[in-house]
Write a protein that binds this ligand. Sequence first.
Ligand code: G6P
Length: 497
Amino acid sequence: MTSEDNKSERLVIVSNRLPIALSKDKNNQWHVKPGSGGLVTALAPVLKNRGGIWIGWPGNVAENGIDTAQLLQKGTKAFGYKLKPIDLSQEEIEKYYKGFANEIIWPLFHDFVALCKFNPDYWFTYKQVNRRFAETIKQNARDSDFIWVHDYHLMGVGSELRNIGIKNRIAFFLHIPFPPPDVFIRLPWRFQILNSLLGYDLVGFQTMRDRRNFVQCIRQFITGVRIEMKGQIGKLIIGNREVRVGALPISIDFKEMAKNAESGEVMKRAADIKESFNGQKIILGIDRLDYSKGIPERLKGFRNALRRFPELREKITLIQVVVPSRRDIESYADLKIEIEQLVGEINGQFTKSNWVPIHYFFRSLDKTELLATYRACDIALITPLKDGMNLIAKEYCAANCDETGVLIMSEFAGAASQFQKHALLVNPHDIEGIAEAIHRAYRMNEKERKSRMRILRQNVMKYNIFWWVDNFLQAAIAKNLDSFPPLDEYMPTTQAE
Ligand code: G6P
């Protein structure tokens, strides 16, 4: 089955957030706009073609007197598929979304155990909301539908669906990393989460590392599972059931991104940005405000570069864009203060009358501005402490149509296992290593830059978001798993210098 085939089997997509943006105007009227993320870009055509439905939270607090279902029905007529909202109360947002998902699973799975708040109330509400998702799926799915659940907010949906008697084929994809057993063991609800994931027919991870961690947790914590791992898609056999586990790196719509990056408007804006920096090399950091992104360490790495390599002063500028996110969670608010203090200190120490080392933006960029910034920047400095994949890295490559940019990449982002040494890999905790990579990228000749970037772009072009969707669906239904290529085939084979 590819996204084109098997039209009778509709697709039911389930994610915490619906792919829309809801906003309220001055007169308290709600408006619906389509979302623009990679996932919706890839899945919308499949949903339109095969028919289907997307179930999720519209992103607002449920208010008395607001009929979200009706609002969505009116506002999403042109989508070509249906959206089914799950309303969350203020308490559910606090305990399920902010609490269990973002103050337990998110920090734990990104190796920030000290930030976890293992509050039993959070677990109770997570279970309750996951059950509601499962019931909504049951009410809306036909027997032949393929159900595809996304991300860490909904790991519990697998067992809930089986408990209420759903027999459909159900699959799950984890967008964030999966931790090794010595980290996962801290989770008080470790058995429940693993058993729930075993309720799915296919569980997909971003990288081999995540899949290996998951399989090791199964081996360590769950008895009676036969493990058959080879190639990209392996099997866990439990009695007469088979659960497939795959490593399937998510991606972006390369063609669309590259095409838009060549538009007149983007080229003009990129030229303006370049000009305003007077021939300096521009380094780009762009992240959602999140402690997993390694922003303070990156800033320290940049400061280290300015200290150790004085020839870089007045010759490089860092544009650091931080996109607001999860603002009412304490650790995120603290991080914002830390970042802004560091930016202030570094600028305070190095600024000259005609040069400010860090240009800091705390906001999101619109599409044109984002693409123009990608195009204008000579170096992308993407150094998360841990990241499921990191699509910014892939977007930077796609937009880099003249193939002269350099990608400096954390070795702990999923994308690093795909890009390997064609990017300049760094340990994001090593501020000296970051400084050296900046210096090396600054001095790299055009021939080497082009040869590296060409390979990176070819890789992202081939393993794009549509490849990912087709491969995932194929992994769920293929009779013969040997037809899947070994994972090394996703890696660039030509050597960079
Ligand atoms: C990560 C998660 C997504 C999530 C996104 C934004 O990429 O994997 O599932 O939607 O962050 O976070 P938010 O909490 O705003 O949904």
